[in-house]
Design a protein around this ligand. Structure first.
Ligand code: SF4
Length: 438
């Protein structure tokens, strides 16, 4: 039992790097600390506790984590420093030796942060508390408020796929999830607080149900019944786990939006094999076709990685043509980054940084062309937009059901409201369509 009187009047700052999952977990950690009497430090105020939730997706991410720790310890001298997240789980010893760090918590410990704050007495050298990968079993539920309209509901954690380039399974452990019952409760609570939109997050969401013997389809069917939540978006789902039943349900559901985010990673079959991905281009093309048959206006975002080991010039050309042929809306392009301990390092063929950059630019241009054409097709249509709060005097923004960004004149009365809008031309920056309230 933690003696919470030692926390009274103390303050904390939080710093998060990486994905939406990390952000939603930091928000849960923040809630735990607030419940113990530790309030969030105001801007410019010196904090007693620093919490850094790290990421390790690339070499650059590791570097940013170290930089963030240095910066925060300088800004809050004498604060008790807790570091958690993927970099902490992967490199606990390295992180515990960074100047100022007191405790490093692994994936299994971050839900229990209060236990590791001791008496907030600073240590000579940091201590690392992590569990071996095979023992990481805890599912830390979290539903964080992105802003007033959007919530991020974590439904699953970890991954059993072991793609050759990825360190996530080593950082987050095996696939596990919350029960449908508990997740529906979280969604209901978000609705009670006035939340209208929930983004369903996880590491490998389609794998939902491993630990509770439930299915992703059953989960989304139950979430769809939560009154008050008007919109759900599925943050990212592996193509082999995006079943036809899930696509059909989304098409007919009350609140699941015609919006998909599917990682392709490579449009070349030999490269997909080298990556140990569990599908080929034919399956991927088939999923896109099915979505478009059921929901012709669906927004489809696709992750693509360039310059992985083994991606020869010829394979990249094939991949480019395949991606060009797909009826998708946007590409999220990542450059391959070498990660210690991954199987990809055994593949001999390497792509130079300049060539990675060239490939990345080609795909970014293709993405822009596709997104522009998609937006253009919608000009003149009447749609529903969920308007989001903006600073006084600034234009408001919001998204249509199929994720088109819309710019609206400032109007406090429509904040967090679903409004009917006619779509006009692109805004000056070319980042949204101008909407006219109907
Ligand atoms: S599916 Fe592959 S890329 Fe995605 S988290 Fe799992 S191992 Fe990593």
């Amino acid at each position: 039992m933690v003696d919470s009187t030692i926390f009274e009047g103390k303050t904390a700052v939080y710093y998060t790097l990486g994905c939406k999952l990390n952000f939603s977990e930091t928000s849960t950690i923040g809630r735990t600390l607030r419940n113990a009497g530790i309030r969030t430090a105001r801007k410019g105020e010196k904090a007693d506790i620093i919490v850094v939730n790290t990421c390790s997706v690339t070499e650059v991410a590791d570097h940013k984590c170290r930089q963030a720790i240095h910066k925060l310890t300088r800004r809050h001298p004498g604060a008790y420093v807790v570091v958690t997240g993927c970099y902490a789980q992967l490199k606990p010893e390295t992180v515990s030796h960074i100047a100022g760090v007191d405790v490093v918590l692994g994936a299994d410990q971050k839900g229990d942060i209060l236990k590791y704050l001791d008496n907030l007495e600073k240590r000579q050298t940091g201590t690392a508390v992590t569990s071996p990968l095979k023992d990481i079993r805890t599912f830390i539920p979290s539903c964080s408020r992105g802003d007033r309209t959007r919530y991020f509901l974590k439904v699953q954690d970890g991954c059993d796929y072991f793609c050759t380039y990825c360190t996530i399974p080593f950082a987050r452990g095996r696939s596990r999830n919350g029960t449908i019952e508990s997740l529906v409760k979280e969604a209901q609570q978000a609705a009670d607080e006035g939340g209208k939109e929930i983004v369903i997050t996880g590491v490998n969401i389609g794998d939902y149900g491993k630990t509770t013997h439930e299915t992703f389809l059953d989960l989304i069917k139950e979430l769809d019944k939560v009154e008050g939540i008007r919109r759900y978006r599925i943050s990212s789902i592996e193509p082999d786990l995006l079943t036809d039943e899930v696509i059909d349900f989304v098409a007919r559901s009350r609140a699941f939006m015609p919006h998909f985010h599917i990682p392709l990673q490579s449009g070349s079959d030999p490269v997909l094999k080298l990556m140990h991905r569990r599908y080929d281009t034919a399956l991927f093309a088939n999923k896109i076709q099915r979505i478009k048959e059921e929901m012709p206006d669906a927004f489809i975002g696709v992750d693509v990685m360039v310059g992985t080991r083994g991606e020869t010039e010829e394979y990249f050309e094939d991949a480019y043509h395949f991606i060009d042929s797909l009826d998708v809306t946007q590409l999220h392009v990542f450059s391959y980054s070498e990660r210690p301990g991954t199987m990809a390092l055994k593949i001999d063929y390497m792509v130079s940084p300049d060539e990675k950059h060239r490939r990345s630019q080609l795909l970014l241009n293709l993405s822009e062309k596709k997104t522009h054409a998609f937006y253009e097709r919608h000009i003149g249509k009447e749609v529903v937009v969920l308007a989001e709060r903006a600073k006084a005097g600034m234009p408001m923004h919001g998204f249509t059901d199929n994720y088109i960004r819309v710019e609206l004149p400032h109007n406090n009365a429509i904040d967090n409201q679903l409004v009917r809008v006619r779509l006009g031309q692109f805004n000056v920056e070319g980042t949204a369509l101008i909407g006219e309230l109907q």
